[in-house]
Ligand binder design. Sequence first.
Ligand code: ARG
Length: 281
Amino acid sequence: MMNKYVSGLYLTLIMIGLLFLAACGTADDATADSNAEGQAEENAEKPVLRVGTEATFAPFEFLEKGEIVGFDADLLDAVLTEAGYEYEYENVGWDPMMASLQNKDMDFGAAAITINDDRKQTYDFSVPYFKSTHMIVFNEGAGFTSAKDLEGIKIGVQNGTTGESAAEKVVGEKNSNILKYDSTAVAFLALKNGDVDAVVTDNVVADEYVEKNPDANVEAITDDETFSAEYYGFMFPKGSELVAEVDAALTTVIENGTYAKIYKEWFGAEPNTDVLLEAAE
Ligand code: ARG
């Protein structure tokens, strides 16, 4: 009698236990499911964006301990945080970045990319975020004083950049004295090795190189009569629906002082944001 009673009690307890576990299991599963759905819904609205660059262009984008840092990296982060996007910032190289954007394999490029009519035929741009011009970098003592001095010397440029067009404007488009490199860093190396006599690149990058490489013994000059002002923007595949959202976020970041904070961190000066807002119109 007693045994039967005890075993009956055990059975009941076991069954209650099993029911309890089953209930927990169901509850857990339900929570997990709804989380997964919520995540999926969120991701469907906001994909993780793929942003490309060529990261040997200090102080805009360069590698530090394997990470892409620089003015563009910080601005990009501020803008996409403002727009509510997660993103991957990838150092794919200049030409591959251009190709990926043309094929719509990447969402946009953040690489100190100059907005110009030529590129506008193939790509779309954000509003401008930085004003730039060109400079000529050369070995100390070469005595260059203006863009005219580029005539007859070997000129290094980054292939497919506006530095290349700036040099071509001076010495002619098919001039074999223009040597084209995959990156500006390699063009600077060519100058160091004596393969070229000068490098034409964006002014802030030229200044940064001169300042950060005292051992290279180089100097840089501008020529406002020859080189004109240009503006950087984020570059998108043609027809990208992201442009409007990124523009709104970028404008907010410029207007709310975040842009000025980042600018000061990198350039130690107050930016002229009026110039950017005017250029945007
Ligand atoms: N502003 C120039 C251009 O758009 C040079 C940009 C180079 N950028 C870079 N990340 N390497 O052609």
